[in-house]
Design a binder for this molecule. Structure first.
Ligand code: ATR
Length: 270
């Protein structure tokens, strides 16, 4: 794609942003699909300033990352129901100066778990932060039996109240048989890649283990899952799935997610 007078600006906002792979992935997909836009990283600690920029500049599509997924919400003209239910926005679309908020993390999780049929399956969800809320929303809607385990139990109790399921303690792990395990904590993330949120003695053949962490692949948890004979799903799938949905919202066109995800994975793992 050659930039010209019609090239539109899209952005990712967050602080810090040096780790973000959104510009890499988006710009790759824009080139692939001949979308005349470019994504730039706007790194600033002031959400009010960033909100003014994306509204007025304008930024047609804005990816919202840490720590602004909640803080952006008061600046938006409209927020879709799913993003409201989760309490977090990761995507803002600017239509004629009005800001519309969405949460595509759910679509990313659905894409990552596309081969797993969560209905009636027991799913152990580790963590109770933003990523866990999106996962709990998806699992709740899919009819899974959710077991919540989080360092701070009060947060897990809140998730249970909103999305259904049962809160457990680490001591209960040997009694519960989960066929799917999802790590939605930040344990194992760069630079502490030697850490795992889950003792490998509980990993078993036939289980599905999905780690939402997309940097530093494979995580220790996924390595140990594979060694135990489980199916390992990386956070890269979620990252790609949520980005492609963002582009669908921006262009109004359906993406061939399976096909694009194959090349996107290569670009991201370089
Ligand atoms: P995100 O929005 O990416 O999900 P977050 O909202 O900060 O990030 O949530 C991080 C999750 O990782 C939380 O569930 C957190 O547990 P607490 O609720 O107890 O804070 C979990 N987490 C982070 N560091 C952890 C650690 N060292 N051990 C266990 N859990 C950890």
């Amino acid at each position: 794609m050659i930039f010209n007078g019609h090239t539109k600006l899209n952005t990712v906002i967050g602080y810090p942003l040096s780790h973000s792979k959104s510009p890499l992935l988006h710009n790759f997909i824009y080139r692939r699909l001949n979308i005349n836009a470019v994504m730039l990283a706007l790194e600033n600690p002031k959400i009010g300033l960033l909100a003014r920029i994306i509204k007025n500049f304008p930024s047609g599509l804005t990816c919202v990352t840490m720590p602004f997924k909640q803080a952006i919400m008061p600046f938006l003209d409209s927020i879709d129901e799913r993003a409201k239910a989760i309490g977090a926005v990761n995507t803002v679309i600017n239509k004629k100066g009005k800001l519309f908020g969405f949460n595509t993390d759910i679509d990313g999780i659905a894409f990552a778990l596309r081969k797993v049929k969560p209905k009636n399956k027991t799913v152990l969800l580790l963590g109770a932060g933003g990523a866990a809320r999106a996962a709990a929303y998806f699992l709740g809607k899919s009819g899974a039996k959710i077991l919540y385990l989080n360092r701070t139990q009060s947060k897990a109790l809140r998730l249970k109240k909103e999305f259904g399921g049962v809160v457990i303690n680490p001591a209960d792990l040997s009694r519960h048989q989960a066929s799917v395990i999802i790590n939605a904590t930040s344990v194992g993330m760069n630079p502490k890649i030697f850490k795992t949120p889950f003792d490998k003695k509980y990993l078993k053949k036939g289980q599905v283990v999905f780690d939402v962490i997309y940097s530093s692949q494979p995580t220790r948890l996924l390595k140990e899952a594979k060694q135990a004979g489980a199916t390992a799903i990386s956070g890269m799938d979620m990252f790609i799935g949520q980005a492609l949905r963002q582009i669908e919202l921006y262009t109004g066109k359906k993406m061939d997610v399976i096909k694009l995800s194959k090349t996107a994975r290569k670009i991201l793992s370089r």
